[in-house]
Design a protein around this ligand. Structure first.
Ligand code: KG4
Ligand code: ZN
Length: 334
């Protein structure tokens, strides 16, 4: 089923064509360069950018897929969670195009799409099967989810305050490193001096809890940096110590969730899943405990239209439909 995926929940205009679970094209146009000077995403700038670029991104995605506009049989569009104006841009475009082509339009949950991105791998690597545990680590969410099917999700734990990606962004901002913080902090952590001389607290909450809290680590970094001469070496060491702290917690809780639920498969999704240190840590701990570990390829970790199209196609085949009047749901949960 040739499906057009539209993802405009935040600062990426993600457009893709997927056919039978396989990506034919995946175009991502990001407005990140417009937000970096403000230290975070400015919603109004993000939605205006989507409006300006969505048309050309769709034309490009169709061209690269080798298909025609009239070959599209389904449109899948993110309807939440995300920024209201940004979501509405994608939804309005999807509805108008769907009406013009007389094809169905399906609203997709952004978080469910991040989870489903794990199915968008190469042919030889498609052994992921339900049920599995998913660790969502993005700019707005940090959750551990039991996934029984593409439409059945049970949240086992989630952050009580900041999301892990948000913590990366804030820590980066504290040290004046720029936005988005994740990739910058990861690079600086690689450069650290190899000594474990800085230790930040680990927020495990209570022993059995699968919930998270990342606001404390941000404050710990803030106090640590206060009145210090932030040399390049010190920044590298802080980035390393910060990653060690947050990754130890998410890895332990994700593995614990699998052991508690008796589930032998763990997936990861969301922007922070692009971090190689986290990947290596999860892979090591999962392998030790006999848990199969899956991660989407890099292009499907960050926001993209392919994960939306792939999940849309699957849900449509399973019988899911969206009412004509579906609209943006900025605070949508799983
Ligand atoms: O999933 P995503 O693209 O957007 C949301 O749904 O929020 O995630 C964006 C988040 C940002 O906070 C960004 O700093 C973080 O993912 N991120 C990373 C890396 N790349 C992006 N965090 C850690 N390491 C990375 N390599
Ligand atoms: Zn996302």
């Amino acid at each position: 089923m040739i499906t057009l995926g539209i993802e405009t929940s935040c600062d990426e205009t993600g457009i893709a064509i997927v056919d039978n679970g396989k990506k034919l094209s995946n175009v991502v146009s990001s407005s990140i360069h417009l937000h970096s000077q403000y230290g975070g995403v400015v919603p109004e700038i993000a939605s205006r950018y989507h409006l300006e670029y969505i048309d050309s991104a769709i034309k490009q995605a169709i061209e690269r897929s080798g298909k025609q506009l009239t070959d599209i049989e389904l449109i899948a569009v993110t309807y939440g969670p995300g920024l209201c104006g940004s979501l509405l841009t994608g939804i309005s475009y999807a509805k108008a195009l769907g009406f013009g082509l007389s094809i169905p339009v399906l609203g997709i949950n952004h978080l469910a799409a991040h989870i489903y991105a794990n199915f968008l791998t190469k042919d030889d690597d498609r052994s992921l099967e339900y049920p599995f545990i998913s660790l969502i680590v993005s700019g707005g969410h940090t959750s551990i989810v039991l996934c029984n099917s593409p439409m059945e999700h049970e949240i086992l734990g989630q952050t009580q305050d900041d999301a892990i990606g948000e913590a990366f962004d804030k820590v980066s901002k504290i040290m004046g490193l720029g936005y988005p913080g994740g990739p910058i902090v990861e690079k600086r952590a690689y450069l650290h001096n190899g000594k474990d001389n800085i230790k930040f607290p680990r927020a495990f909450l209570n022993k059995n809890s699968l919930d998270f809290s990342f606001s404390g680590i941000k404050t710990a970094v803030l106090y640590f940096c206060k009145d210090k001469n932030l040399t390049d070496e010190l920044i590298n060491d802080i980035c390393f110590a910060f990653q060690e702290s947050v990754f130890e917690v998410v890895t332990k809780k994700a593995v614990d969730a699998c052991l508690k639920a008796g589930i032998k498969t763990l997936c990861i999704g969301g922007g922070v899943a692009a971090n190689k240190t986290l990947y290596n840590k999860l892979l090591k701990d999962c392998t030790e405990k006999g848990i199969k570990f899956f991660k989407p390829s890099m292009e499907f970790c960050l926001d993209n239209g392919a994960m939306v199209a792939a999940l849309g196609e699957k849900l449509y085949i399973m019988g899911q439909r969206s009412p004509l009047d579906f609209t943006a749901e900025p605070g949508l949960g799983l």
